[in-house]
Design a protein around this ligand. Structure first.
Ligand SMILES: Nc1nc(=O)c2c([nH]1)NC[C@@H]1CN(c3ccc(C(=O)N[C@@H](CCC(=O)O)C(=O)O)cc3)C=[N+]21
Length: 277
């Protein structure tokens, strides 16, 4: 069993991004990521700080815009402003959003050229059509890990558990683009274990601790655990019961230290790409 080292993969991406950011700075462009924060919960605050820290390391400027109990109109007004601001190259609108506001509604207000976390339905449409676009960073991280680990995807059976717009659906589309045979499972899937047990690659993004156990995994499978569930002790666990699945899987991404760090490094890679064009 191999534990996939997400931090090492993130470090390799970060090295590439640092080089590109330095070249941009030499030519007079300071690559800039705007982070719109519409809530004040602890998890969001932690994630925003980790983006700021990572951005600073690679030479990307990070502009955090914190909103206090905004309406949907407040959020879209701010996104319109950032979209029109020539000093901003990338925009991410943090989820969760306030009650009654959806990312699909506000995402349309992020200029697709700056949509580094793939939230605009235009970006998602382009992804569906197989056109160049920014995929949501978490979904992109799933594919990046599989590629760097040289996992054969063409013709492989892949099960994606979770169908969110931000992870499950775009991850399935990216995997389809690699010629995998993709099955998307969700809360109404009958006999989930039968589907996941047939998968050479299992991607789990449901947001429930220990959702996937030993009975769900094919011997030797590659397991990508996208979940980051806070524990009462202040730690973090994935959606996969790691201890149980370790006995069966061929390789697995740990939590922490798996998909998370790769997600943040790709958000920054997307930002320098946006600053280059
Ligand atoms: N529009 C939007 N896009 C997102 O991509 C998005 C979002 N909203 N809202 C919140 C979730 C959560 N998320 C994480 C990213 C990295 C780590 C990460 O790097 N975690 C460390 C945790 C280190 C620790 O606490 O021990 C790790 O997994 O190693 C975690 C969580 C992105 N999200």
């Amino acid at each position: 069993m191999t534990l996939i080292d997400g931090r090492a993969i993130a470090a390799a991406i970060t090295a590439e991004v640092t080089e590109t950011a330095a070249k941009l700075r030499e030519s007079g462009t300071a690559p800039t990521l705007a982070v719109l924060v519409p809530t004040d919960d602890d998890a969001t605050a932690w994630y925003v700080r980790s983006i700021e820290r990572a951005a600073k390391k690679v030479g990307v400027d990070c502009r955090v815009v914190q909103l206090e109990k905004p309406t949907g109109a407040d959020v879209t007004r701010e996104l319109d402003k950032l979209s029109a601001d020539p000093s901003v190259h990338g925009i991410i609108c943090q989820t969760p959003l306030p009650e009654g506001v959806t990312l699909d509604d506000v995402g349309a207000h992020i200029d697709p050229r700056k949509d580094v976390d793939g939230a605009n339905p235009v970006s998602l449409g382009r992804l569906t059509a197989g056109l160049p676009t920014y995929a949501p960073a978490t979904a992109a991280a799933v594919l990046e890990i599989l590629k760097r680990e040289q996992v054969a995807l063409s013709g492989a059976q892949v099960a994606v558990v979770g169908r969110s717009t931000i992870v499950g659906k775009p991850a399935a589309l990216l995997l389809l683009g690699e010629h995998a045979t993709v099955t998307v499972c969700h809360s109404r899937t009958k006999d989930l274990a039968a589907v996941t047990k047939a998968a050479d690659v299992l991607v789990v993004a449901v947001g429930r601790a220990h959702f996937i156990g030993a009975d769900h995994v094919k011997p030797g499978a590659v397991v990508i655990d996208v979940g980051t569930n806070p524990t009462p002790e202040g730690g973090l666990v994935g959606d996969v019961d790691q201890a149980a699945v370790e006995e069966i899987a061929g390789s697995i991404t740990p939590v922490p230290g798996g998909v998370g760090p790769v997600t943040t490094s790709l958000l920054l890679r997307h930002t320098v790409t946006a600053a280059q064009s």
